[in-house]
Write a protein of this length. Structure first.
Length: 662
């Protein structure tokens, strides 16, 4: 009997010089679903990769004095190492520079041209290089890219166009008739109301002003627009239009494309229109998740960055990081990553709840029965409620995972862990052990604990690839039938002859205060007395240097070393909103290179939220986070003021966010 298939993809990642934990977010989520489906018996295809063409890549390579291929080769190697560290179980890794991908993209382009869906004309309009997006003048916001707020370039060149407008009505009809196609629903409404219903224009799909891309085979000098190239990866990886298209026939259409919310438009408008033009089925679902906001505090160069996934995994363990990413934030919503929140999760959920449950159970089985639970057992109070809770959990977890609700699925598992810990308090095994006549009842209690842990260990497998094996070793389970996914739905599968073996704590507790102090030593801290909405900040000593900073000279001058302690960065305002209960404060969401920061600033009397969206401001990036009105502010934006007015410092020339101000 042929297995059910399941095809899941992540977006192919733009090669970045610096990887942070946010890069792992989508891929860990996709890996969790892939592992879950395999455990359920599905034939899974899990695809990830890298998007390596475009003007942006070519310019970065030129800045570094290397070829574009050399530039991306080095970065792709680091991405593959990161996936290995995170134990990502992708079945294929595609690069848009792979020969087979390039050839198929050329065939797709030619087919669309031959059937009249691509035509030649001249493009004159505005182009955003960082977003690789074309815009009309009416679509610009204050003359800048409506997506990222950066400067755009007026471009005039001979180009090919895709008849995107031709598919507008079909797309609207398809989305309305298939409500699960775009998830969450908020993304669906955004695509319909902001893009499709107002009307689509034909899309420019070739460039002639640079050459780092897929060449158009029938017109020398043209390269394929990077998004046509990148989106095609989902089918080129399966052998579409190749001599062997068996994988395409087997796995397409994709069950789900997992993407960040900022690229939902490309995946739900351009991509399905292309597939309609090719006469191919559309993916079953595109899920646009939220952003993982990264807490502030720039690390010193010698120590690395606290959001560096390599440092985090080496410091806290892979499963702790994966658990936090999937548990802390409902998938689809924005969330904030902080070391304090991570440590609290480790101590509370992993060390106290799960780790302590395993440790106590194994210790009691060893102490009272020499390591093996007797077969003679007597039922008693609280048993039925525990069993019912445990056996109902797998079904709840499956239902939630099928909807990509990772956090809720883990919540259900931890409810079972909590119920099992409560069962210990209810039955009090240490009291039962005092009377020999209670031996059979004690055996039943300890068996029920071991059996509950067995079920939990099976259910956490998709999320935490290393922990289950550690639990099985301590519980003495080596029977594969007792560890199969479906066995979690049956009570009583803990092996009769299993011999427990106490081991090290699965998740050792972390001294929060001490750990945060250690992390503080790794950062450059500003003066704590300055708040986020003040106009100046006094730099603190560099914590990597044991000598204290010298006092400011009496003449008022500072040295270049003093100034170097400030980390000033270009930041783009993504969102702005007023802080409730105050007429002074605005809460800003800032893009700082690959990082997202939240800053609270006292400028609401001078600027409305709409005034700031899309602007490029100057951020003091290494200012210690503070809370204003209960909201964490992760830095400070610079402004000038006199007695009557205030002006936020902005740039008069296009500059990418994250660039250092010096």
């Amino acid at each position: 009997m042929q297995k059910n298939t399941y095809y899941i993809t992540t977006p192919i990642y733009y090669p970045s010089d610096k990887l942070h934990i946010g890069h792992s977010y989508t891929t860990v989520a996709a890996d969790t679903i892939a592992r879950y489906k395999r455990l359920k018996g599905y034939d899974v295809m899990f695809l990830t990769g890298t998007d390596e063409h475009g003007q942006k890549i070519q310019r970065k390579a030129e800045e570094k004095g290397v070829t574009p291929q050399e530039y991306v080769d080095e970065i792709v190697a680091s991405i593959k190492e990161l996936w290995k560290l995170m134990k990502i179980t992708n079945d294929k890794f595609i690069r848009t520079t792979d020969d087979y991908h390039v050839k198929t993209v050329q065939k797709i382009f030619k087919k669309l041209y031959d059937q009249g869906d691509i035509y030649k004309s001249e493009y004159e309009g505005w182009y955003c290089t960082p977003c690789e997006s074309f815009w009309t003048k009416t679509q610009l916001v204050d003359g800048k890219c409506p997506d990222c707020g950066r400067e755009v370039e007026l471009t005039k060149e001979e180009s090919y166009f895709f008849r995107l407008s031709k598919y507008q009505d079909r797309l609207i009809k398809y989305i309305e008739e298939n409500p699960d196609f775009i998830q969450p629903v908020s993304r669906q409404n955004e695509m319909l109301n902001n893009f499709l219903r107002p009307g689509l224009e034909d899309l420019c799909v070739s460039r002639t002003t640079f050459n780092w891309g897929v060449p158009v085979t029938f017109d020398e000098g043209h390269v394929v627009y990077v998004w046509i190239d990148a989106l095609s990866n989902y089918i080129t990886a399966l052998g579409y239009m190749s001599e062997d298209d068996s994988d395409y026939k087997k796995y397409w259409p994709a069950d789900v494309h997992l993407v960040g919310k900022e690229i939902v438009r490309f995946h739900t408008i351009i991509w399905p229109a292309m597939l309609m033009a090719l006469g191919e089925p559309l993916p079953k679902q595109v899920f646009g998740h939220g952003w993982l906001l990264l807490e502030g505090g720039k690390m010193s160069k010698s120590k690395g960055n606290v959001v560096d996934p390599v440092i985090l995994v080496n410091k806290y363990g892979l499963d702790a990081i994966r658990y936090f990413l999937l548990r802390e934030v409902p998938f689809g919503s924005d969330g904030v990553f902080s070391n304090e929140a991570l440590i609290n999760r480790i101590n509370s959920d992993l060390a106290n709840d799960l780790g302590n449950l395993v440790s106590r159970t194994v210790a009691m089985i060893e102490k009272y029965f020499g390591g093996t639970v007797p077969k003679e057992r007597v039922s008693g109070d609280f048993d039925d409620d525990l069993k019912r809770t445990v056996i109902e959990t797998p079904g709840k977890v499956e239902e939630l995972l099928d909807k990509l609700q990772f956090s809720s699925a883990l919540t259900e598992i931890w409810k079972t862990i909590s119920r099992t810990n409560k069962y210990i308090d209810e039955t009090m095994p240490w009291v039962l052990a005092k009377d020999e006549s209670n031996k059979a009842r004690l055996a039943a209690v300890l068996y029920n604990l071991a059996e509950s842990i067995r079920v939990v260990s099976i259910l956490i497998q998709p999320f935490m690839p290393e922990t289950p094996a550690k639990i099985w070793e301590q519980l003495g389970i080596n029977d594969s039938d007792a560890l199969a996914w479906e066995s979690a739905k049956e009570w009583g599968r803990y092996p009769e002859n299993a011999r427990v073996k106490k081991g090290d704590a699965i998740f050792p507790r972390i001294d929060l205060k001490k750990e945060l102090e250690e992390l503080e030593k790794m950062t450059i801290q500003p003066d704590e007395s300055k708040t986020a909405d003040k106009k100046e900040s006094k730099p603190a000593p560099d914590n990597d240097n044991k000598e204290q900073a010298k006092p400011q000279e009496k003449d008022g001058f500072i040295t270049i070393d003093d100034f170097a302690k400030l980390d000033l960065r270009v930041a783009k305002v993504l969102e702005a909103e007023k802080v409730e209960g105050t007429d002074k404060l605005l809460k800003l969401k800032l893009e700082v290179g690959n990082e997202i920061r939240q800053v609270v600033s006292g400028i609401a009397k001078y600027y409305s939220p709409e005034d700031l969206k899309g602007k490029h401001v100057i951020l003091v990036a290494n200012l210690k986070p503070v809370k204003l009105r209960g909201i964490e502010s992760q830095g400070m934006i610079l402004a000038a003021s006199d007695d009557k007015d205030l002006a936020v410092l902005t740039l008069d020339k296009a500059m990418e966010s994250g660039v250092k101000v010096s």
